[in-house]
Design a protein around this ligand. Structure first.
Ligand code: ZN
Length: 86
C-alpha cells in the first residue's frame, strides 16, 4: 500500500517528507491551505501529495465553511494584456 514517489517527475531530484502550501481554486473560490503534508523535492521544491492526503483535502474543501480561516488574504489580480504595456 505504498504510493510514495521518491524522485521528482520534473527534475529527478530526491523527495523528502515535508509540508507545502496549496493555492486551490475550488468552486469559484481561491482557497489557501498551509501545512499540507507532502513529499517535497529537495531541488525544485515541487510537492507531491499521497492519495490519502488528497482525499482528506477534498473532504476538507467540501466542508471548509465549517472551519474558521486563519486569515483572509487580499490578492492582486492582473491581466496578461498588461504585459503589452510593461
Ligand atoms: Zn524537482
Amino acid at each position: 500500500m505504498k504510493d510514495k514517489v521518491d524522485r521528482c517527475d520534473l527534475c529527478g531530484g530526491e523527495l523528502e517528507p515535508g509540508q507545502t502550501t496549496l493555492e486551490i481554486w475550488y468552486r469559484g473560490e481561491l482557497v489557501v491551505v498551509r501545512d499540507v503534508p507532502a513529499d517535497v523535492c529537495r531541488q525544485c521544491g515541487e510537492a507531491y501529495l499521497s492519495a490519502a492526503v488528497s482525499e482528506k483535502l477534498d473532504r476538507f474543501l467540501a466542508q471548509r465553511h465549517r472551519y474558521r480561516p486563519e486569515q483572509f488574504l487580499a490578492v492582486p489580480q492582473y491581466s496578461a494584456v498588461q504585459l503589452e504595456t510593461a
